[in-house]
Design a protein around this ligand. Structure first.
Ligand code: GDP
Length: 139
């Protein structure tokens, strides 16, 4: 295990519900360092570029509507094994299957409105952090 960075989003549903602070507390209580953070209302183009791998999926249009429905909080999280650790703290994609104590279990609603995003591999973490943060915005 080595110190690793991953990309995280508190999605618009959780921000609108006033849960960003609680999620950030869960993140810090789990030993992550927040290396970068900003609140952004994504444009449709930004969301489409970010989720380009899903462009052929039937839910793509709904996903873009959701991700542009209000501001989101974007973060780079750092910890040993951060990519796996943040995915574990979020819980599974479908909030209805996410255990209590996970971000999606506590704050998500369904398979789409699931409160959070996390990179799933080192390559996606590198792409996603660079997609939203310049080198001057990261500590
Ligand atoms: P993740 O890595 O756990 O976020 O899951 P995916 O990469 O498979 O999907 C990306 C995002 O698309 C999810 O976090 C959900 O917000 C949304 N999503 C995934 N599957 C579905 C689906 O079947 N229907 C809808 N409406 N949205 C979905």
């Amino acid at each position: 295990m080595h110190t690793e960075q991953t990309f995280a989003i508190i999605k618009p549903d959780a921000v609108a519900a006033g849960n960003s602070g609680k999620i950030i507390t869960m993140i810090e209580d789990s030993g992550f360092t927040i290396a970068a953070l900003k609140k952004v209302h994504l444009t449709r183009d930004q969301a489409a570029g970010f989720y380009a791998v899903h462009s052929e999926r039937p839910f793509f249009n709904d996903l873009l509507n959701f991700m542009t429905s209000g501001p989101a909080v974007l973060m780079i999280l750092e910890k040993e094994g951060a990519i796996r650790a943040w995915r574990d703290l979020m819980g599974p994609t479908n909030s209805n299957e996410a255990p209590k104590g996970t971000v999606r279990g506590e704050f998500g609603t369904n398979i789409e409105k699931n409160a959070s995003h996390g990179s799933d591999a080192p390559e996606t973490a590198a792409f996603e952090t660079a997609y939203f943060f310049s080198c001057f915005e990261r500590v």
